[in-house]
Design a protein around this ligand. Structure first.
Ligand code: NAP
Length: 246
């Protein structure tokens, strides 16, 4: 489904990003595995990809830094080739009720989740324009669509990702480049591991399909959007949430 394609996945050492990187490789893509702090985990992801017979490199970059993003795209292009597929997965949370949230926690979440996605969209868009081909897929969230108490910073960033996705889709549609977003519900990763058992149970009760999502649930949707099977889909947000947002 993706043989001959080159993918760059941000935050691909662990969690959803790791599942996306492995799944894209499983469908035939060569993958650049971006990480910020988890070098050993990024290395493991890359080794698993190589074991599948695909090419993989790891590339360190803090996506909230434009300079780092520029260097990352340069390294990926030189070592693997210009990406056909960009997955903006890197993300963080810094939760607090609005009245208690510091400017620093607001800024950190916006810088990583929103600005980081903007930098990568811009750099990938530039390269993909020359190819007249591309797939840009960004991780939004159910929280970007519906809001959540204690996550005003995160919901702003994830709603912003949807706005950027729709704007960029309109800008690039004439050049063979599709731009979409995936909005996960509650997925079992380090990000959600901090929740108490009571919170997890309450969350699970809100999921019509009756189970917490797995990274693979997201990865399969991303792989579909990255493939030519999704050639006529652009500017969309696909919810993968077990029905939580219905
Ligand atoms: P996670 O397990 O906490 O992993 C976060 C990933 O983001 C890590 O690979 C981390 O890399 C990377 N990252 C963080 N800051 C970065 C930076 N400045 N530069 C580059 N990479 C950075 O989170 P996850 O659950 O897999 O989430 C992945 C994406 O899905 C995020 O965008 C998240 O908002 C979204 N999402 C998750 C859920 C959920 O329920 N889990 C729901 C909706 C949306 P390092 O470890 O190398 O720093």
């Amino acid at each position: 489904m993706l043989s001959g394609k080159i993918a760059l996945v941000t935050g691909a050492g662990r969690g959803i990003g790791r599942a996306i990187a492995l799944t894209l490789a499983g469908y035939g893509a060569d993958v650049a595995v971006n990480y910020c702090g988890s070098e050993a985990k990024a290395q493991e992801t890359a080794e698993e990809i190589r074991a599948m017979g695909r090419r993989a490199i790891i590339v360190k970059a803090d996506v909230s830094s434009q300079e780092d993003c520029e260097r990352m795209f340069k390294e990926v292009s030189e070592q693997l080739g210009v990406p056909d597929i960009l997955v903006n997965n890197a993300g963080i949370t810094r939760d607090n009720l609005t009245l208690r949230m510091s400017e620093d926690d607001f800024n950190k979440v916006i810088s990583t989740n929103l600005k980081g996605t903007f930098f990568c969209m811009k750099l990938a868009g530039k390269q993909m324009l020359r190819k007249r081909y591309g797939r840009i897929i960004s991780l939004s969230s159910i929280v970007g669509l519906h809001g959540n108490a204690g996550q005003i910073n995160y919901s702003a960033a994830k709603a912003g990702v949807i706005g950027m996705t729709k704007s960029l889709a309109k800008e690039l549609a004439g050049r063979g480049i599709t731009v979409n977003a995936v909005a996960p519900g509650y997925i079992d990763t380090d990000m959600t591991a901090a929740l108490t058992d009571a919170q997890k149970e309450a969350m699970q009760k809100q999921i019509p399909l009756g189970r917490i999502g797995q990274p693979q649930d997201i990865a399969e949707t991303v792989a579909f959007l990255a493939s030519d099977k999704a050639a006529y889909i652009t500017g969309q947000v696909i919810s993968v949430d077990g029905g939580m947002g219905i």
